[in-house]
Design a protein around this ligand. Structure first.
Ligand SMILES: [Fe+2]
Length: 411
């Protein structure tokens, strides 16, 4: 918990360096929260479930008052509307850091006296998972706002995506949470699930592969797009993934972004995703945490929404994996299935498993069933303690701001 909090505070300092610790300077976007609000919310959430021993997230269920007199008015995500978080009369960053410190001190002290049972540790593990998730959200908010982040904080290392495909025999698996430890409610209950034989990419679709789709008119040819995807595309007027842009000529300033400088070593002299396509004299560049860089062809394509992933699959004559197939592959023990670099869209809408019942954080899953899509895996920004092959992430189909990519399956 101390490590998660240190990370949160370090990311907050990145925001503060750009003036985003002041509520009114933060752009009013539906996908982000003001960092100052996030800071208070994280400590408030821990205080709610650990120190105030709340039996659930219902506003009447805390057993004692907050250290902050107005804490519940400011930081309860169930009762404070998103749009109002920019205009709250919040304490200063210094005062909220003091609150964070006090809550964590008391939490660690209380933890030291707890028995090591799953039941006793539940609120602590919930608070830690919550802070880990918000930590990743803070990092993709830094990407959204174009704020520079030191590599030690972004943990964003260059990787190659394996190009092999793997055939799995299928069979019956136990989908969902097994006994013990901490899991969110949407992983319960474990149940038997039959998975037919399937053939799946060993790694994620790369920038170079996605550039082929674009060069072949992928964004212009509506036959590749679902009805919802076409509607999204018309609103966006997009012809490339978010953050992609063309730059004429050679690398120019793009190499100064850091990762771009090492790319030619990894690519044996190739210079950018899609080189050789119709506009081969101009290569693709992108922005990572506010810095321009060349897109490395062999790296997984990222910041792709579900509709773009589906359109690519339709163009290729393949499909997204279901979440059961994904879990089957990840837990098969068979070598070669690479995951953990980016979250991955699946073909599965976010639905309850049989026997679902909300846990103490009642709004974690239930309000989002059927409107969100399941993502599996983890990203470079996900702490190892949080990553699990059974974890079910979920976002609305149009989201592309988080660290997300995809892989394909044979039809
Ligand atoms: Fe939260």
């Amino acid at each position: 918990m101390q490590s998660a909090r240190n990370y949160t505070l370090s990311l907050f300092d990145c925001f503060a360096g750009m003036g985003y610790d002041v509520l009114t300077r933060v752009p009013h976007l539906p996908t982000i929260n003001p960092p100052l609000w996030e800071l208070g919310h994280l400590a408030w959430f821990t205080e709610w479930f650990v120190l105030r021993e709340a039996l659930s997230s219902h506003p009447a269920d805390a057993q004692r008052a907050s250290l902050l007199t107005r804490g519940d008015d400011w930081f309860d995500s169930n009762t404070v509307p998103h749009r109002s978080r920019w205009t709250l009369d919040l304490p200063s960053a210094g005062a909220l850091k003091t609150y964070c410190h006090e809550v964590l001190d008391r939490t660690l002290d209380k933890l030291s006296r707890e028995p090591g049972t799953d039941e006793a540790l539940y609120p602590y593990r919930l608070a830690l998972a919550h802070e880990d998730m918000h930590g990743e959200a803070l990092l993709y908010t830094l990407q959204t706002l174009g704020v520079p982040v030191p590599p030690s904080l972004s943990r964003d290392e260059p990787v190659r995506s394996p190009s092999a495909r793997i055939a799995y025999p299928g069979g019956t698996i136990a989908l969902g949470a097994q006994e013990g430890g901490f899991v969110f409610d949407n992983e319960k209950q474990a149940h038997q699930c039959y998975v037919a034989p399937f053939d799946i990419d060993a790694g994620l679709v790369t920038n170079a592969q996605f550039a082929e789709f674009m060069a072949d008119g992928g964004y212009q040819n509506r036959q590749f797009w679902s009805v919802a995807g076409s509607a999204w595309l018309m609103q966006q007027e997009r012809s490339s993934p978010r953050y992609w842009q063309r730059e004429a000529g050679a690398l120019g300033g793009a190499q100064q972004g850091g990762q771009g400088g090492g790319q030619s070593d990894r690519e044996g002299g190739r210079q950018g995703a899609g080189q050789g396509d119709r506009q081969g004299d101009r290569q693709w560049i992108t922005t990572r945490f506010g810095r321009l860089m060349t897109l490395a062809p062999a790296e997984p394509v990222r910041h792709i929404c579900l509709y773009e992933a589906q359109a690519y699959c339709a163009w290729l004559g393949r499909r997204l994996p279901t979440e059961a197939e994904w879990e089957f592959a990840a837990l098969s023990g068979q070598a070669g299935f690479a995951w953990g670099q980016l979250w991955e869209w699946t073909a599965s809408p976010f639905e309850p498993y049989p026997g679902f019942a909300p846990d103490r954080y009642r709004e974690y899953s239930e309000p989002w069933f059927m409107t969100h899509q399941v993502l599996r895996g983890a990203s470079f920004a996900t702490p190892a303690r949080f990553g699990s092959a059974r974890y079910r992430n979920f976002y609305r189909p149009e989201r592309d701001d988080m660290f997300v990519g995809f892989r394909t399956c044979a039809l």
